[in-house]
Design a protein around this ligand. Structure first.
Ligand code: FAD
Length: 338
């Protein structure tokens, strides 16, 4: 699609919330452009857990991250909303009815209203402080997101961390891998009771070896080829684990990045909004999904969907000041042509 110089609504972030906002805008016949710094749509679902099933999307008993995004993509396909992928929005200026956005690649876009669906911001994994880490990251020996389980067939895998991701991936890879070590600095893991039960079972069956209480200490190998991971306990005792791959799961660093400089109120990497409209403290700028906060906020995909609908309806008068918006069901009006 050709990139227009101006649009009704600029949507910053093409995660689930931003994608569904594009649908809601299109249903109200508002033009929109989706912008994301990542080369692919889908936000956290696509980048962090494409193969993990999600169980709490209404009417989808189980849907993998990548599948959910494919379905959202299908739902907005009729509207052919332009996408600016691989662009980070750096600047936002102007006011309600006439904003201008600028990206790191020098593109600019005029928009009457803005929806910020930036999730955890320009997110990135927390990296362990290990010497020579970069070479192993480049070669893929150290990975922070599991994209394809098949890659781990018959490998020796060291998984580090004590939360849901470490636990879930240890369980998911235990039958594929030659060996799974689970390294954590305590002998307590944080996860769903059912996952903790499965962990005990897998440990008893010899499918996963818990290496606790240990921390990552050093990487062994050369030219990006990993041969082992040294771990250290509280007394300074070092143990070497044979490893082809290290998967550290130490959480995501959340940083609003440029968004924090656009003049709206922010609070600890989130943007407070009026709950009934999702408008931020900057009139004409709305925030939805993980980045938006208000009392009682749940950081769930379904919440982002509902906020997308609220924001699209609330911003309609900015684009069409002289037209009353009559609320309609999608069953009544159908999907308008793009
Ligand atoms: P995101 O998905 O974070 O997308 C935001 C997008 O904005 C990103 O693509 C980012 O690149 C982009 N962006 C940010 N800043 C800029 C900028 N300045 N310029 C351009 N682009 C920008 N939720 C559930 O409801 N159920 C679950 O079972 C569930 N499981 C999860 C499991 C894991 C392992 C993780 C990590 C999360 C899980 N979540 C789950 C949470 C869910 O993924 C998030 O709530 C959801 O992705 C938030 O969607 P979003 O669209 O608000 O933001």
């Amino acid at each position: 699609t050709d990139m227009p110089a101006e649009t009704d609504v600029a949507i910053i972030g093409a995660g689930p919330a931003g994608l569904f906002a594009a649908f809601q805008c299109a249903m109200l016949r508002l033009r929109c452009v989706l912008i994301d710094v990542l080369p692919e749509i889908g936000g956290q679902c696509a980048a962090l857990y494409p193969e993990k099933p999600i169980y709490d999307i209404p009417a989808c008993p189980a849907v993998e991250g990548a599948q959910l995004i494919a379905r959202l993509d299908e739902q907005i396909a009729p509207f052919a909303a332009p996408r600016l992928l691989g662009h980070k929005v750096e600047s936002l200026s102007g006011q309600r009815g006439q904003f201008v956005l600028g990206t790191d690649k020098g593109a600019s876009l005029a928009a009457k209203a803005v929806i910020i669906a930036a999730g955890a911001g320009a997110f990135g994994p927390n990296r362990p402080p290990l010497d020579g880490l970069e070479a192993f990251e480049t070669s893929g020996a150290v990975q922070y997101y599991v994209r394809r389980k098949a890659e781990f067939e018959n490998r020796h895998i060291v998984i580090a961390g004590g939360g849901d991701s470490a636990l879930d991936w240890a369980l998911a890879l235990k039958d594929k891998a030659a060996r799974v070590y689970l390294v954590h600095r305590r002998d307590r893991f944080r996860g769903a009771p059912e996952s903790l039960r499965q962990l005990d079972e897998a440990v008893a069956a010899g499918l996963i070896e818990k290496v606790v209480p240990y921390q990552l200490h050093a990487l062994r190998g050369q030219d990006g080829k990993l041969e082992g991971v040294d771990v250290i306990d509280l007394n300074g005792q070092i143990r070497t684990l044979e490893a082809d791959v290290l998967l550290p799961f130490f959480g995501l660093a959340t940083d609003l990045g440029p968004v924090a400089r656009w003049g709206m109120d922010t609070a600890r990497a989130t943007i407070p909004v009026t709950p009934s409209t999702c408008e931020t403290s900057l009139p004409g700028v709305f925030a939805i999904g993980d980045v938006a906060t208000y009392p009682g906020k749940l950081k769930l995909i379904l919440q982002g969907f509902s906020e997308a609908a609220m924001a699209a309806h609330a911003l309609y008068p900015i684009v069409h000041p002289d037209q009353a918006l009559h609320f309609e069901y999608s069953t009544t009006k159908g999907v308008p042509a793009g």
